[in-house]
Design a protein around this ligand. Structure first.
Ligand code: AMP
Length: 212
């Protein structure tokens, strides 16, 4: 099973991909998670990416391409869910070439959709545990009450100015990737409104339809 989970920031890709990892054993490959870890650790990649991530801009493609390809290689090109890659047509073309070269084309691209006002609410109320990477929502999925404050953190790119920037970048640079996949077949649109479990069920039935 080789899939991309696609959609705007805040649509729930990361949480759903983590659930696919837990329940179906798909390797969750998130370029955003890898970049944030690199930034925290102060690696050369992290130092190069920091200013882009914090401003809500795309990190130069060659950097994320390498990160994604390393992860795909590490899982033997099988049983993965990509989250946050590809984000441009150029990245989509790199990915197609890379997977074709390794004899492992995508089975499908699942595009999660929710209205803009829900996206802004989800992003501004999102908190993350830097230790486990777990995502919370202050109203719908509150962090456990005994979790120390330093483990309930707002991502710097979830502040209002960066959210606006990321949504602009999404509509200018990333949403065309959806048409790219639509034209090639294999794009499945999924309603991302509803509970965590409801959306998960929709994803699982889409995956079942993909593998027949
Ligand atoms: P995410 O966690 O997927 O929302 O990603 C957080 C940030 O990491 C994005 O706003 C970008 O700055 C950067 N990033 C993640 N994936 C990519 C990518 N495929 N191309 C460029 N930048 C990326």
């Amino acid at each position: 099973m080789r899939i991309v989970l696609f959609g705007p920031p805040g649509v729930g890709k990361g949480s759903q991909a983590a659930l696919l990892n837990d329940r179906l054993g798909l390797r969750h490959i998130s370029t955003g998670v890898i970049l944030r870890a690199a930034i925290r650790e102060g690696t050369p990649v992290g130092n190069e990416a920091r200013k882009y991530v914090q401003a809500g801009l795309l990190v130069p493609g060659v950097v994320v391409r390498r990160l994604a390809e390393d992860e795909l290689r590490a899982c033997g090109y099988e049983r993965f869910v990509l989250d946050g890659y590809p984000r441009t047509i150029e990245q989509a073309e790199w990915l197609a070439e890379f997977l074709a070269f390794n004899g492992a084309p995508l089975d499908g691209v699942l595009s999660l959709r929710v209205p803009d006002e829900i996206i802004v609410d989800r992003l501004s109320k999102r908190r993350v545990d830097p230790v486990t990477g777990e995502n919370y929502h202050l109203d719908f999925r509150p962090p456990p009450p005994d979790l120390p404050a330093e483990r309930v953190v707002q991502r710097s790119d979830d502040r209002p100015e960066a959210i606006r920037k990321r949504l602009r970048v999404y509509s200018d640079e990333t949403s065309p990737v959806q048409d790219y996949y639509r034209q090639r077949g294999g794009l499945i649109e999924i309603d991302g409104v509803g509970s965590f479990e409801e959306v998960h069920e929709r994803i699982v039935s889409a995956l079942t339809s993909l593998v027949g």
